[in-house]
Design a protein around this ligand. Structure first.
Ligand code: SAM
Ligand code: SF4
Length: 445
């Protein structure tokens, strides 16, 4: 009964936007990863990995022109040229350290995600130097996907050609909104003109896949402005559109200002409004032929568009972390690199892997991790869980699933679970119901 009561409170959760994380990006939560387990990651790296498990690489490039008021990533806006060059050298040195680990023996990289911060903040020359160094150090032969994040105002046609030439086949543009007052009011560095200008170059240079990010619920958003941003997005017709619902984690400028002003409610739309805006965006894109492929994405041609990083990671792939604060996963061991620049630089400078916290997970936690991440796709098959973990997920969570079904959030039978659109729009809130009791109420950050 206690469990059902917990679920009821989960469903009736707060409508207004309070500070804290919404997006569930991993399991168990980061707050239980710890320093005492660092050796489990560094030791796991020394032993051979499973050659049948796909291997990915996440590279964190933490520099931005400005810090957006809503941003919760590790970013720096104050680093000068030589500090950036020193960081790039450290990333290449870290790659060399990784390449000596037994975990990589006989394996090649299947997918690469270059994220940040703003990878496109680097100059064409810096990017070329970095990529040459990384390719020489790592088994970077023919990854099926190389994804690269850009802030539109940092691009030029020449830089885009450099990015294409080192094999990027999924370019992602952080547009967020087309309204200049909203962009300014959230301390975004670019304006809509820079998006349109960059878009021409992106089309001319020609990438296999281009994704455009939007955020539902920026400060100053209105129904009319949101509809216009969605219409402009549809007009540009990128291969994929990602719509995030605005969350206000504790390390954002917005939260700092809330605290200073003594407010507990964020100055952004409430959750029902953000869900409605996301629903409207999905419906507008569907009317133009897009398909909704997860809680956050719509794709123009679902037979062609893949997102290997997401799909492999959510399916339990290994992932090496490169750079300050980067996250990785090694055959059942989560880990994160030093979250601050100086300790990161010091560790790499002294020839050590810069791992700062880790968590070896149990088979049960690995199963839950895969279950909650895959639910974000909106549909889930039970058979792979039986095969891989010996667990019948629809029986194990029959009470939770039945309650969500009664609320119109999903339907399920023995073999599959299918979220309704309403369920998909709520999904990150629902996932906590499947966590182990000791993680269910943990602060997520
Ligand atoms: C690393 S950024 C993308 C690249 C580049 N830094 C940029 O912003 O253009 C990743 C994405 O996270 C999303 N994001 C950042 N903070 C967010 C927040 N508080 N709530 C929802 N989405 C957020 C934005 O859509 C952003 O494009
Ligand atoms: S540009 Fe991207 S990474 Fe940089 S502060 Fe803004 S949202 Fe964060």
């Amino acid at each position: 009964m206690q469990q059902v009561a917990n679920l009821q409170s989960l469903l009736s959760g707060q409508d207004s936007t309070h500070a804290g994380n919404y997006f569930v990006s991993n399991y168990p939560p980061f707050s239980v990863w710890n320093e005492a387990d660092v050796a489990s990651a560094t030791e796991r790296l020394q032993r051979p990995g499973n050659p049948r498990t796909p291997l990915g690489l996440y590279i964190h490039l933490p520099f931005c022109r400005k810090r957006c008021d809503f941003c919760y990533f590790r970013v720096y806006t104050d680093k000068n040229h030589s500090e950036i060059e020193a960081y790039l050298d450290a990333v290449v040195s870290e790659a060399s350290l990784l390449s000596e680990q037994g975990f990589l023996a006989g394996r090649t990289l299947d997918f690469i995600y270059i994220g940040g911060g703003t990878p496109s903040y680097l100059s064409g020359r810096q990017l070329t130097r970095l990529m040459k160094g990384l390719r020489a150090a790592l088994p970077w032969d023919a990854p099926s996907e190389v994804a690269f994040e850009c802030e539109p105002g940092t691009l030029s046609e020449r830089k885009l050609k450099v990015i294409l030439d080192f094999g990027v086949n999924r370019l992602s543009l952080g547009v967020e909104n087309f309204d200049d007052d909203i962009l300014a009011g959230n301390n975004r560095a670019h304006r809509s003109m820079e998006v349109y200008r960059a878009w021409e170059w992106v089309e001319r240079v020609g990438f296999e896949q281009v994704n455009l990010d939007l955020i539902a619920g920026m400060i100053g958003e209105t129904d009319a402005k949101w509809s216009r941003s969605v219409a402009e997005t549809a007009r540009l017709a990128p291969d994929a559109v990602t719509v995030y619902q605005m969350e206000i984690p504790f390390n954002t400028t917005i939260y700092r200002e809330m605290r200073e002003g003594g407010s507990t409610t964020a100055p952004v739309a409430d959750w029902p409004t953000k869900r409605r805006w996301t629903r409207e965006a999905f419906e507008a894109l569907e009317s133009k032929g897009y398909t909704v492929g997860s809680a956050y994405t719509a794709v123009r041609d679902s037979s062609k568009i893949r997102f290997v990083y997401r799909d492999q990671l959510w399916d339990g792939a290994d992932m090496l972390a490169l750079g300050v604060s980067a996250f990785g996963y090694l055959d059942g061991v989560h880990y994160q690199n030093q979250p601050h620049m100086q300790p990161y630089m010091d560790a790499v400078g002294s020839g050590q892997l810069p791992v700062s916290r880790a968590l070896p997970i149990t088979a049960q936690e690995a199963m839950i991790r895969q279950f909650v991440l895959k639910l974000k796709l909106g549909r889930l098959e039970a058979e792979p869980f039986r095969r891989r973990f010996g667990v019948d997920v629809t029986s194990r969570w029959a009470d939770e699933l039945s309650l969500f079904q009664e609320h119109g959030l999903l339907s399920f039978d023995k073999e599959r679970i299918e979220l309704t659109r309403e369920g998909l729009l709520h999904v990150d809130r629902l996932l906590h119901a499947f966590f182990l009791p000791e993680h269910a109420t943990i602060r997520y950050a």
